[in-house]
Design a protein around this ligand. Sequence first.
Ligand code: GTP
Ligand code: MG
Length: 220
Amino acid sequence: TAKPIQVKLVLLGEAAVGKSSLVLRFSSNEFQDNKEPTIGAAFVTQKCRLEDKVIKFEIWDTAGQERFYSLAPMYYRNAHAAVVVFDVTRASSLERAKSWVKELQRQANLNVVIALVGNKLDLVRPSSTGVETAGEEEVTSPEQGETEAEDMNPDKSPSSESGSEGAESANVEYRPRQVTTEEGEAYAAEAGLLYFETSAKTGEGVQQVFIEIAKKLPTD
Ligand code: GTP
Ligand code: MG
């Protein structure tokens, strides 16, 4: 068999959006409920088969806490690919993701492949691709700007109906989505990024992120 193609990949994003959890899901197919924050950065390698090729991802999982921001260039310099993660239930994390994208587009490799990933999909209702009001029976799409920051305390949002998968089955109540799929996709398209939504908890969408990145990289 052919020698694996080495791909250096960096993960960036606000603290607690699930970067390390995505790596743990991809590399070990596991999930930890109370994962400790990353200090500095962590390094993991994981192979991935793509048609006739074997890709060896060399993954730098950076720390999202602000005090570590200045270390990031060490990890994204020379990266072939970057995964910029936000949390679909936290609007501020998309703003942080946008800042990382700008920095990457200015300072990283000219042809770095960037994927924007909205994580924690299991925390929003399965049918929900738009902003919703917690506890509403039907999901409607309010006009942009009309949506107040809803009560963010998941313990308080009433939730009783249906759903055998996702948050409710684990005795965790659904949270309102703060970033719509449409908004994420529109920004990604405008900035020239791949776009994915994932749950490191259930594993939904996680493999695809790495497979689609591998497909986009020049592999000769
Ligand atoms: P830093 O290392 O501080 O930058 O954080 P991080 O982005 O690596 O986040 P981490 O993977 O440590 O996850 C933070 C918390 O969110 C942990 O308690 C995880 O269990 C939880 N978490 C991560 N991904 C998911 C997810 O997809 N769904 C749910 N429900 N929880 C998640
Ligand atoms: Mg981490």
